[in-house]
Design a protein around this ligand. Structure first.
Ligand code: HEM
Length: 436
């Protein structure tokens, strides 16, 4: 009954198997193959998710038999604001242990902050938070401003640029690198590797596991070498803190963080701190240029910037979904979920939920209230970098608008929504812009 790229609608009389459950109670059912990357080739498929929210807000998606990599047979798709928020907050019932992606990589279970539950998660979160020393946080604002000015000026001098690579990518990369203490000379290489890890074409082919492992090894080798340098010459950055910190084990011993633990911290911070904010900035510019009256308002009334940034976050919702696993049998919006089922939380869809947002497809930089959940639905995994990301977006748009009078998109943006395995789907990968 799958319909490829199309959308098939079913009437009440149809009986559709949904995993372990058969649903007959809904008035209208929809079906499409969400695992088909072509759905994301032109950005997030809001039209499909609007249908889902209306007709099948808790939707079972099966993986095609020939889908590469290790997966569950299928997964639940939560598309409404209420269900995403509720699953986000109920960490006892919806475990993060197997990570946010739909790929099953058992070796990575429970190894990163995003893939931890309970006490392990609390402990690791405290450790990273301790890495943000007050002195460093105080420095961030000034550093971000300095980077933003340099980045925008360089793009303006050139006249045209790939906004993603030359502007949107640059500020978050330099900021997270400053915070972690990654030397400037290593940044392009390292963050290029990060992007490849998330979006490289080999990820959609059969050798994806080996390609993934080889890229990870390069990154981990680098993280270990950087740790050695920080221990020899400590600095005021997170990597010095994490490489030298002593933690208390359950039996009261004090010990340094293990190599594997440090590797995973490094992996998480480089990815979480750069890819997402880049996508918000690129998506924000597209939205502003698609809505010239909103851009004009932002130029003439800088006071509106705080609500504009939240609207940019709602509109762009850079994280497409995070996956969880149900630890017990439950029900979501009347649909039974079996223990062990994989469940995905779709943030961009929740952020267009018409029951929460007035006219959700209107881009309104003064929108109030704006209960978007681009940073997660308020559970214990809520984005650790939310404040940092907000400041980066604010400062970049402040400098961009102050230093330009004309902004124009020269060609349609391209998107890198290659595979359902990547929770940062539908990221803008290039955007040709004229800046004067
Ligand atoms: C616009 C930019 C960003 C967006 C949209 C975003 C979004 C998210 C989302 C949706 C989650 C999962 C929340 C949940 O499961 O409840 C998350 C977690 C996380 N984010 Fe962000 N993020 C952004 C920027 C950043 C930055 C700049 C950092 C850098 C420090 C960061 C670090 C993290 C970390 C470490 C986690 C895992 C937290 C945990 O599992 O406890 N994020 N983010």
């Amino acid at each position: 009954m799958r319909s490829g790229l199309g959308l098939t609608r079913y009437s009440v009389s149809d009986e559709i198997g949904v995993g372990c459950t058969t649903l007959v109670s809904m008035a209208v059912m929809v079906s499409f193959d969400l695992t088909d990357g072509r759905h994301f080739a032109a950005g997030f498929p809001h039209d499909l998710f609007t249908e889902l929210r209306r007709d099948s807000p808790v939707y079972w998606q099966e993986f095609p038999a020939d889908f590469p990599g290790d997966h569950d047979p299928g997964f639940w798709v939560l598309s409404s604001h209420a269900s995403v928020q509720a699953a986000n907050r109920n960490v006892e019932l919806f475990s993060s242990f197997e990570g946010p992606s739909l790929s099953l990589l058992p070796a990575m279970n429970g190894t990163m902050l995003v893939s931890m539950d309970g006490r392990d998660h609390i402990r690791q979160r405290r450790l990273i938070s301790a890495g943000f020393t007050p002195r460093m946080v105080a420095r961030l604002e000034e550093q971000a401003r300095g980077w933003a000015v340099a980045i925008v000026e360089r793009a303006r001098e050139r006249g045209t640029c790939d906004f993603v690579q030359e502007v949107a990518y640059q500020l978050p990369m330099h900021m997270i690198a400053d915070i972690m203490g990654i030397p400037a000379a290593d940044r392009e290489w390292l963050f290029g590797l990060t992007s490849e890890l998330l979006q490289g074409p080999e990820m959609s082919t059969d050798n994806r596991s080996e390609a993934f492992a080889s890229m990870q090894i390069q990154m981990f080798d680098y993280a270990q070498e950087l740790g050695r340098r920080k221990r020899a010459e400590p600095q005021d950055d997170i990597w010095t803190v994490l490489s030298t910190v002593e933690i208390e084990t359950d039996d009261g011993e004090r010990t340094a963080l293990g190599e594997a633990e440090l590797d995973m911290f490094f992996f998480l911070l480089t990815i979480a701190g750069s890819e997402t904010t880049r996508n918000a900035v690129a998506g924000g510019l597209i939205a502003l240029l698609d809505h010239p009256e909103q851009l004009a308002r932002l130029r003439s009334d800088p006071e509106v910037m705080p609500t504009a940034v939240d609207e940019i976050l709602r509109w762009s919702s850079p994280v497409a979904y995070f996956a969880r696993r149900a630890t017990g049998a439950t029900e979501i919006e009347g649909v039974p979920i079996a223990q062990g089922d994989r469940v995905t939380l779709w943030y961009p869809s929740a952020n267009r939920d018409e029951t929460v947002f007035d006219d959700p497809f209107r881009f309104d930089i003064a929108r109030t209230p704006n209960r978007h959940i681009a940073f997660g639905g308020g559970g214990p995994h809520f984005c650790l970098g939310a404040n940092l990301a907000r400041r980066e977006i604010t400062i970049l748009f402040e400098e961009l608008l102050a230093r330009s009078t004309e902004l124009e998109i020269l060609a349609p943006p391209t998107y890198s929504g290659l595979t359902i395995d990547n929770p940062v789907l539908a990221a803008v990968s290039s955007l040709s812009v004229r800046i004067a």
